[in-house]
Design a protein around this ligand. Structure first.
Ligand code: KG4
Ligand code: ZN
Length: 353
């Protein structure tokens, strides 16, 4: 990697889903990280891609402007423009990538395309203490659940991932079954804080290796609610009327949330434990929006203490979707010479890495 004597300033843009974000990073230090969230999706119970693209178009100019002002830099000091190239909603990605290309053309500075999931992992390199290499990272978001083995900033490999729903989806879909608004993850977290996690027991899927599965959990919750705590709770019998189901939810919401959350956490941490044992790595990180979950953080810290791991969790603002993680990834790519002047680069909804 090249040693730079002068300042390296990166502007970064993130627009893969329903957050429009811009960040400025200088020599690996985050100077600003502005995030505009989109409330418009709440009423629909999930992200509506077309509405997300339109909201990005409205937000992108003021968000980038504010990030530059807050960082107190002039655009001419920029060395490169990093942007989320993949994966994500294609319309959303196109707004951010086209804006990045326009900036690149106007400033005559190179582009740095960034993989969103790689950036979630590298959010762990934003603040001290930083993990030593190699480290493992459990990335848990609304769209992904992965265990990544990271040998250096730009050399990482997915060693386990979900075969169906992501952990965030498991939270959000469970919340929807309980009648909670989108995104339900933070609400399950809130109710679980005062609930009894041992009250109801949801089954843990038996999946080989380091992969995860969450779709069975959703089905078991569905049947459990349709039977409103009566016998054969995980069988398709549907013993309760809609009114009985609602009453059951109302009377037991905290305990149901705590029990569901407990199962999601045990699925995640059992695989992480297995990954640490298989690789012998003891530097272990969390990343992604679900790492905001208080139950997961507490259980992760407890497991880390018991197992003798050094554990790391990014600050909350760097766990959910944000451009600071794109900026830090852009910074390491810049140092490695991974920039591009090719304005035909485009966003893609999916991408291997
Ligand atoms: O990483 P992220 O901000 O966006 C994606 O790239 O998907 O993750 C969003 C996901 C949503 O599913 C949301 O419900 C979940 O993270 N989430 C939580 C909590 N905060 C956010 N899930 C459980 N507990 C939380 N406190
Ligand atoms: Zn994300």
């Amino acid at each position: 990697m090249q040693e730079f004597k002068r300042n390296v300033t990166i502007i970064a843009i993130e627009s893969s889903c329903d957050e429009t974000s811009a960040s400025v990073c200088r020599n690996g230090e985050i100077l600003s990280n502005i995030v505009a969230s989109q409330k418009v999706h709440e009423q629909y119970g999930g992200v509506i891609p077309e509405l997300a693209s339109r909201a990005h178009i409205q937000h992108i100019v003021p968000v980038v402007d504010l990030a530059v002002k807050k960082a107190n830099i002039s655009l001419t000091e920029t060395d490169a423009i990093a942007f989320t190239q993949a994966p994500g909603l294609i319309g959303s990605l196109l707004v951010g990538s086209q804006f990045a290309k326009s900036l690149s053309l106007a400033l005559n500075k190179p582009l740095i395309p960034v993989h969103h999931m790689q950036a979630h992992v590298l959010a762990n390199l934003i603040s001290n203490p930083r993990p030593a290499f190699p480290f493992l990272c459990l990335t848990v978001s609304g769209g992904h659940t992965q265990i990544v083995c990271c040998q250096s900033p730009l050399n990482m490999k997915v060693i386990g991932e979900t075969i169906d729903d992501a952990a965030g989806e498991a939270f959000d879909k469970s919340a929807k079954l309980l009648g909670l608004p989108y995104p339900g993850g933070p609400l399950i977290d809130k109710h679980a804080a005062t609930g009894d996690a041992t009250r109801f027991s949801f089954p843990e899927p038996q999946i080989e290796g380091l992969n995860f599965s969450f779709s069975g959990l959703k089905t078991s919750i569905l049947y459990f609610l349709k039977n409103a705590g009566k016998s054969n709770i995980y069988k398709e019998q549907f013993l309760a009327s809609p009114e009985e189901q609602q009453l059951f939810i109302n009377n037991n919401l905290d305990d149901i949330c705590a029990s569901v959350q407990h199962r999601i956490i045990s699925i995640l941490l059992n695989k992480l434990k297995k990954a640490a044992a298989t690789t012998g790595i003891r530097e272990i990180c969390l990343a992604g929006g679900v790492s905001a979950n208080r139950g997961l953080r507490t259980a992760f810290e407890k497991l880390g203490n018991e197992s003798g791991w050094n554990i790391y969790i990014p600050a909350f603002e760097y766990c959910t979707d944000n451009a600071a993680m794109i900026a830090i990834t852009g910074y390491y790519k810049f140092l490695a010479g991974e920039t591009s002047d090719d304005l035909s680069i485009t966003a893609t909804a999916r991408a291997e890495w």
